[in-house]
Ligand binder design. Sequence first.
Ligand code: DP6
Length: 332
Amino acid sequence: MTAREAVAVAHPNIALIKYWGKRDEHLVLPFNDSLSLTLDVFPTTTKVRLEPDADADRVVMDGAIARGEVLRRTTAFLELVRELAGRRERAVVETRNTVPVGAGLASSASGFAALALAAAHAYGLSLGAAQLSRLARRGSGSAARSVFGGFVVWHAGDPDAPDPDHTSYAEPVTDARLDASLVAVVLDAGPKAVSSREAMRRTVATSPLYRGWVTDSHADLARMRTALRDGDMACVGEIAERNALGMHATMETARPAVRYLTSASTTVLDEVRRLRREGVGAWATMDAGPNVKVLCASADAEQVAARMREVTGVLVVVARSGPGARHETVTS
Ligand code: DP6
């Protein structure tokens, strides 16, 4: 069969109700539903080219040959695609991130969403949106959400269903009436000491706060969906900040504890609170890294960003609602 190639682009997303913890590691099934906003910055572009004569997959990330964990995860993902497609050819994957890798800005979300779309196409699979989201999920949970633009909900799925894998996928929140932005305050773009995968595992196994946070997240999600429908920025912001702080509390109470937030993160959190006291609607959310993303109405984004730039030594990027994963024309 002729070698096929395909290119796809996907953007990162930031969860406002977090995904933290898997009830099934192999299938990447989470304990709770999560809800995110796909951004319009830091896209990942991925090309997949089938190599009928090769005996191993090759991965080139940002111009360098990937080995170790990146190669292992990409190959495992391609195996899954090959199984679905009933094909055997190995592939070359060339991927370019514009987000600092490992910075808690979700490069694995854009990465696996782009890879899912490009690989599915290259291997001749024709998948619907929910199927693509399920596939991306197997690469990295949060990637299930980057398949779609705007506000997106990822259903944890039904653990008791005959095929639980089938029930866990993301879809757009079509009735959201909120023009929100996320002001990303990048404090550190270096790789993290503990991977989010390991941190989640440890949290689920040892944190006494974990079950409570999962229960709260269910209620948080229902209230947030209503607030999105009502266009209630303050309500969405309060829920998001509380859910993120709750997630960090679960990992800080794991054994051994995981702490991603630094004193610089705290400085930014203090600044966000100061803004609120001054009457500007701004709320913080943080992922598996020290960076803080400040959620606000798009009309306030430049003002919030200007204040964040006053905090010394930080890169500040204003992100708005971005698109879902899409094909790109092959140029080379
Ligand atoms: C803190 O999706 O990177 O960003 O499924 O193990 O690859 P894996 O995890 P990943 O975790 C993201 C965790 C988070 C919260 C979120 O995006 O919901």
